[in-house]
Design a binder for this molecule. Structure first.
Ligand SMILES: Cc1ncc(C[n+]2csc(CCOP(=O)(O)OP(=O)(O)O)c2C)c(N)n1
Length: 315
C-alpha cells in the first residue's frame, strides 16, 4: 500500500506540473516521469537511506522516492524560494544532501561517472554502502557510460546502475538508433545484470534488493535493466508535442500495464479515497509553491556546496 501511495504521489505531482507547464508556469523544460514510477519507488525502497543516489534530468520521481520533501521539490521545479536548491537549480538539477541525492544532470550519461566517483569514495571509506545511479537506455550508448562501466568493473566499485529502458530516446524510438540493447551492452562488458518488469514495483524492489546486496558484499557493479514506458512525452516545454510522436497502439498497450494498475491489482483497500487524499496533498503543495516568492536575486551567486565535505567525509 505504501508503494502504491508513493507511486500515486509521483504520478499526480508530475501531472500537475505538466498542467503548470501548459500554462507557462514552469521555467525551462520538465521531463515527466509518468509511467516509470515503479522503478524509482521499487529501487529506492530497497536502498539504505545512507546510500547516495545520482539521477538525471528525469529526476522528480527519484527525488520524491528518495524521501526529499515534496513541497521543496515542487518549489524547486517552479523556481521558487524554499525549493530544494533555493529555487535556483530548477527541474533538471535536483540535489539534497539530507536525503543523499547527490545531484541530477541534464547531460545524458554524465551521472554515471559522478556516481562511480561516489562509489569509489564509498569503497575507500569501507562503509559497506552502495551508490545508486539511474539512467535511460540511450545513456548506456554514450562513451562516458562505457568508460564508467569499464572502470567500475575493473575497480569492483559498489555501484548499482539502474537503466530505465523506456524504448525511446528523446523523440526517437530506441530500436531505430541503437546497435546493442542495454542488456546486450552490459552482457558484452561481462557485468552482472538482471532484467525486470519495470512496471511491477514488487519485482523491481526484489531485483534491486538482490543487486544492492551484491554491491555491498564487494562483488563490483551490478546493473538492473527495467523495461518500462513513459506515458507522456520526453519533455514538456509548455506546449503539446504533435501526437504522431508515439504510436497510439503502443501507448494503449503499455497503459494496460501501467504501474499503478499492476499494483492496484494486488490491493483490496479503498483506492478512490486514497486518490482523493493524495490529490488534495499535491494540490496543496502546488498552491504553496505558486504562492511562494521567486528567489532573491541577491542570492543568485550563493549556493550550497553539494560535494567536498560530503563524500568521503569519514576518511
Ligand atoms: C550529452 C548530451 N547529448 C544530447 C542531449 C539531448 N538529449 C536529452 S535527453 C536525450 C535522450 C536520452 O534518452 P535516454 O537516455 O533513453 O533517456 P530518456 O530521456 O528516455 O529517459 C537526448 C539525446 C543531452 N542532454 N546531453
Amino acid at each position: 500500500m505504501s508503494a502504491y501511495r508513493d507511486m500515486l504521489t509521483i504520478r499526480l505531482f508530475e501531472e500537475s506540473l505538466l498542467r503548470c507547464a501548459e500554462q507557462g508556469l514552469v521555467p525551462g523544460a520538465i521531463h515527466p516521469y509518468t509511467g516509470q514510477e515503479a522503478v524509482a519507488v521499487g529501487v529506492l525502497g530497497a536502498r539504505d537511506p545512507a546510500e547516495w543516489v545520482v539521477s538525471f534530468y528525469r529526476c522528480h520521481g527519484h527525488a520524491l522516492a528518495a524521501g526529499c520533501p515534496p513541497d521543496r521539490v515542487m518549489r524547486e521545479v517552479l523556481g521558487r524560494s524554499g525549493g530544494l536548491c533555493g529555487g535556483k537549480s530548477g527541474s533538471m538539477h535536483l540535489a539534497d544532501r539530507d536525503h543523499r541525492l547527490l545531484g541530477s544532470t541534464s547531460i545524458v550519461a554524465a551521472q554515471l561517472p559522478i556516481a562511480a566517483g561516489a562509489a569509489m569514495a564509498a569503497r575507500l571509506d569501507g562503509d559497506g554502502r552502495a551508490v545508486l545511479v539511474f539512467c535511460g537506455d540511450g545513456a548506456l550508448g554514450a562513451g562516458g557510460a562505457y568508460e564508467t562501466l569499464t572502470i567500475a568493473a575493473a575497480q569492483r566499485l559498489p555501484l548499482l546502475v539502474v537503466c530505465e529502458d523506456n524504448g525511446w530516446q528523446d523523440q526517437t524510438a530506441s530500436a531505430l538508433v541503437r546497435h546493442l540493447s542495454p542488456v546486450e551492452l552490459v552482457a558484452g562488458l561481462k557485468l552482472p545484470y538482471v532484467e525486470v518488469d519495470g512496471n511491477d514495483v514488487e519485482a523491481v524492489h526484489d531485483a534491486a534488493d538482490t543487486a544492492l546486496a551484491a554491491c555491498r558484499a564487494g562483488t563490483g557493479p551490478q546493473v538492473v535493466v527495467a523495461h518500462t514506458y513513459l506515458r507522456d512525452f520526453h519533455t514538456q516545454l509548455g506546449q503539446h508535442p504533435p501526437p504522431q510522436y508515439r504510436p497510439e497502439e503502443e501507448r494503449r498497450r503499455w497503459a494496460e500495464r501501467d504501474p499503478l494498475t499492476v499494483a492496484a491489482g494486488r490491493l483490496t483497500a479503498d483506492l478512490a479515497a486514497l486518490h482523493a487524499e493524495v490529490a488534495a496533498e499535491v494540490d496543496a503543495l502546488l498552491q504553496a509553491a505558486l504562492d511562494a516568492e521567486e528567489p532573491d536575486p541577491a542570492t543568485a551567486t550563493t549556493g550550497v556546496t553539494v560535494t567536498g565535505d560530503l563524500i568521503g567525509a569519514g576518511r
